[in-house]
Design a protein around this ligand. Structure first.
Ligand SMILES: Nc1ncnc2c1ncn2[C@@H]1O[C@H](COP(=O)(O)OP(=O)(O)O)[C@@H](O)[C@H]1O
Ligand SMILES: [Mg+2]
Length: 363
């Protein structure tokens, strides 16, 4: 059965509507910042029916992310609505993860991390309303380019290093670094999305989660893991950006784990020697020797010779020139994302009142 609701029909303007839109467009307001958006939302109790729906920009295990706008509001700023099916969240035992996702996103604010605007729920679904980042996934850009030049990988790496340093300073481990979760904003800068695996940790934590290619040895070996896993994943990401493929690869997860544990990395010959040195220090099995995990923390990475001459205050201020700025026709442009069949996840089964109060009353 197709899971399509009336409001899911493609919304194509007629030629006259198009003309009208062009004439009106100069008077249409678009909020510029997440702060403006938060003001518009205020203390409102949001519901799904408050939104006009636009394209799906991503799908995941429990649901999808759609671009939305407020119905009948003069502000036409597009936002991203993450829709999760409660039944799937329960079935896949992700209740605690979803709650942590909300809790952590509510706590944080950083130039390279997506802003959460609000959350709400109905009987079947959980909703997270975020700012919409319209430049697409780093994943798509990387696949299109094949691999990135040294300086470009360095730029994206720098922004992620600052975001991780910030998260770790708040005892938050991100645990899901990969190009699919890295969005490019309209200015060409990174925004990390998807805090579905993020966790507040005191020291180490033990759950097996993440994506096989990016898992650190201590996760696979269930030795417990903390902030160190993010620095390992950074090593994988730097390698993948520069090579165009991840360092440990196999058709199936088990094969990947074996390669991670064997720890042999074949660096392509074109790699910059300094990049290679930093990647080796990040992809160090022994986490007591891994860069990022030593007593100077992220500073060791920031002071590594690959980043020689980098002014980290400039990085933080979004002052480094980005490798490219996405070509965006309008704030609600979705052309840089893959196309997905539409749905509102309304076909999800309702959950029992018992499950509701056990799992989601406090979402
Ligand atoms: N704020 C956002 N703006 C634009 N696209 C987004 C945003 N958040 C997520 N996406 C897109 O939706 C995809 C799925 O969202 P994500 O939070 O990663 O869900 P999942 O936990 O299912 O992986 C992302 O890979 C990204 O392409
Ligand atoms: Mg994701």
């Amino acid at each position: 059965m197709a899971d399509v609701d009336a409001e899911d029909k493609p919304q194509r303007p007629s030629a006259s509507a198009d003309k009208e839109r062009k004439e009106k467009s100069s008077s249409k307001k678009v909020a510029t910042s997440a702060t403006d958006l938060k003001k518009i939302i205020g203390g409102r109790n949001l519901k799904f029916e408050d939104f006009d729906l636009r394209a799906t920009v991503g799908t995941g295990t429990f649901g999808r992310v759609r671009v939305v706008k407020f119905k009948g509001n003069p502000d036409r700023t597009p936002m991203a609505l993450k829709i999760l099916k409660k039944s799937e969240v329960i079935r896949l035992k992700q209740v605690e993860h979803v709650k942590a996702e909300k809790q952590i996103l509510t706590m944080i604010e950083h130039p390279f991390i997506v802003n959460l605007l609000s959350t709400f729920q109905d009987d079947k679904r959980l909703f997270m309303l975020m700012e919409y980042i319209n430049g697409g996934e780093l994943f798509s850009y990387l696949r299109k380019e094949g691999r990135l030049p040294n300086d470009h990988a360095k730029f994206y790496g720098a922004e992620i290093i600052l975001a991780f340093q910030y998260l770790h300073s708040m005892n938050i481990v991100y645990r899901d670094l990969k190009p699919e979760n890295l969005l490019i904003d309209s200015g060409g800068h990174i925004k990390i999305t998807d805090f579905g695996f993020a966790k507040v940790v005191e020291d180490r934590t033990w759950t097996l989660c993440g994506t096989p290619e990016y898992l650190a040895p201590e996760i696979i070996q269930s030795k417990g893991h903390g902030k160190s896993v993010d620095w390992w994943a950074l090593g994988i990401l730097l390698f993948e950006m520069l090579a165009g493929y991840p360092p440990f690869y196999d058709e199936n997860p088990f094969g990947i784990y074996q390669k991670v544990l064997a720890g042999r990395i074949e660096f392509p010959r074109h790699f910059d020697v300094k990049a290679k040195d930093l990647i080796k220090r990040l992809l160090t099995h022994d986490r007591t020797k891994r860069y990022g995990c030593l007593k100077n923390g992220a500073e060791d990475i920031k002071r590594h010779k690959w980043y020689k001459g980098t002014d980290w205050d400039v990085v933080f201020a979004r002052g480094l020139p980005p490798p490219f700025t996405p070509t965006i026709k309008a704030p609600d442009d979705t052309s840089l994302f893959d196309k997905y069949p539409e749905s509102t996840e309304a076909s999800a089964p309702s959950i029992s009142p018992k499950d509701q109060s056990a799992f989601f009353d406090d979402f």
